[in-house]
Write a protein that binds this ligand. Structure first.
Ligand code: SF4
Length: 360
C-alpha cells in the first residue's frame, strides 16, 4: 500500500513537472488574454472558449475588449450590443450570462470577481471548470479544471473508460485532475494542460512523440489513443421544421423581431415564424390581399441545436406600404440587408440576409 502511494505521488509530481517544462518551451504565451492579465480578461476569454476554438475566439475577444475595456463598460452595455458583438460565436446563452455576470459583479461585488471557486460558480454561466480556470489563471489559486481538452488528456493518460458526460466517468476525471494539479505555478500548469490538449493530444491525431506525458500514458502504451475519451451514446436527434416569413419592402428592408428571452435564440433578432403545420406559406397564400405577389421560396436551411435539428423554409413576401402593415416598436425593426445592424442575429438569419443582398 505504502509503495503504491509512493508511486502515485511520484507520478503526480512528474505529471505536473513534465507538463510545466513542456509549457515553458512549447506552450502558448502570447494569447491576447494573457497580456495584462486580469480576472475580467481571463473570464471573458474562458466564456468564449467554451465550445469554441482559440483561433475563432481571438478576433471576438479583441472586439469585446475594444468595445468594453472594463467589466463596468460591459455591465452598462445594452443586451443588443452584447449579442451583436457575439453574433457568429453561437451558444448565445453564454453572451446573455456574460452580461448578467458583468452586472452582478459591478453592482453587488464592487467590480471584483470573488476569490473562491464556490463563489465564482454562483455567477451566471460559470461552471466548476470555468471557475477553476479563472481562479488558477487569474488569481494563482490552486483549483483543478476539466474542459474538453483536459478531459481528453487525462482520459488517455489514465485510460479512463466511459463517456465524460456520464456522472461516474466525470467524477473520476475530476478526481484525477485534482490529483495532478500542482501547488506551485498553478497558472502555468492550467494553461499548459489546456495547450497540450489543444495542440498535441488532439482529437484526431495525437502527436504522442512530442508529448511530455508519453512515458506514463496508458493509451499511448496500448496504442489505444482513439478509444479515449469514450464516445457519447448515439441518440437520433428529433427533426423539426419551421417557416420564416420574410416581409420585404420595395427598398429591400426586411422585418425582424426580437425573440423572447429565455428561449431558443433568446434576445436575438429573427424573421417572423410560422411553425405550426396549418400556417405554412401554402395555406397563407390564399389569404393574401388581391394583387399581392406570390411568395418567393428561398433554399431551405438546416440548423442543428444540441437537442434537435431544425429545417428552415424561408419565404419572401414582397409588400408595398410598410408603415400600414407594421410600425417599428422596441421589438420589431426594418433592417436592410448589408447594413451594419447593432443587434444579435442567429446564423440562419445572417445567411438569409446575405442571400437577399446578393439578389438586389
Ligand atoms: S502520449 Fe499521446 S495520447 Fe497520451 S497524453 Fe500524450 S498525446 Fe495524448
Amino acid at each position: 500500500m505504502a509503495r503504491q502511494m509512493t508511486e502515485e505521488s511520484d507520478t503526480t509530481t512528474s505529471f505536473a513537472q513534465r507538463l510545466l517544462a513542456w509549457f515553458d518551451l512549447s506552450g502558448r504565451h502570447d494569447l491576447p488574454w494573457q497580456q495584462g492579465k486580469t480576472a475580467y480578461r481571463v473570464w471573458l476569454s474562458e466564456i468564449m472558449l467554451q465550445q469554441t476554438q482559440v483561433q475563432t475566439v481571438i478576433p471576438y475577444f479583441e472586439r469585446f475588449i475594444q468595445s468594453f475595456p472594463t467589466i463596468q463598460d460591459l455591465a452598462c452595455a445594452s443586451e443588443d450590443e452584447v449579442l451583436h458583438l457575439w453574433t457568429g460565436l453561437g451558444y448565445y446563452a453564454r453572451a446573455r450570462n456574460l452580461h448578467r455576470t458583468a452586472q452582478r459583479v459591478t453592482q453587488d461585488l464592487d467590480g471584483h470577481f470573488p476569490r473562491t471557486v464556490e463563489a465564482l460558480e454562483e455567477l451566471p454561466g460559470i461552471g466548476r471548470s470555468t471557475a477553476g480556470a479563472i481562479a488558477s489563471l487569474a488569481m494563482g489559486i490552486r483549483a483543478p479544471i476539466l474542459d474538453g481538452n483536459v478531459k481528453r488528456v487525462i482520459a488517455r493518460h489514465d485510460a479512463v473508460a466511459g463517456w465524460p458526460g456520464s456522472a461516474k466517468t466525470l467524477a473520476e476525471l475530476w478526481r484525477l485532475s485534482e490529483k495532478y494539479t500542482p501547488f506551485e505555478r498553478v497558472d502555468d500548469y492550467t494553461q499548459g494542460v489546456m495547450d497540450l490538449g489543444a495542440t498535441v493530444c488532439t482529437r484526431q491525431s495525437p502527436g504522442c512523440t512530442a508529448c511530455p506525458l508519453r512515458a506514463t500514458c496508458r493509451a499511448f502504451q496500448r496504442d489505444e489513443q482513439a478509444h479515449y475519451p469514450g464516445r457519447k451514446p448515439r441518440k437520433t436527434l428529433p427533426e423539426r421544421q419551421t417557416c420564416f416569413l420574410i416581409l420585404q419592402r420595395p427598398d429591400g428592408a426586411v422585418l425582424l423581431e426580437k425573440r423572447p428571452s429565455p428561449g431558443i435564440w433568446g434576445g436575438l433578432w429573427c424573421f417572423p415564424e410560422t411553425a405550426t403545420p396549418e400556417r405554412t406559406p401554402a395555406t397563407l397564400e390564399p389569404l393574401l390581399p388581391n394583387g399581392q405577389q406570390p411568395l418567393q421560396a428561398l433554399d431551405s436551411i438546416q440548423h442543428s441545436f444540441s437537442h434537435y435539428r431544425l429545417t428552415i423554409l424561408p419565404f419572401v413576401m414582397a409588400i408595398g406600404q410598410p408603415t400600414e402593415v407594421v410600425a417599428e416598436v422596441d421589438s420589431v425593426r426594418w433592417i436592410r440587408p448589408g447594413s451594419d445592424v447593432a443587434v444579435g442575429l442567429p446564423a440562419p438569419v445572417s445567411q438569409i440576409l446575405d442571400t437577399l443582398l446578393q439578389q438586389q
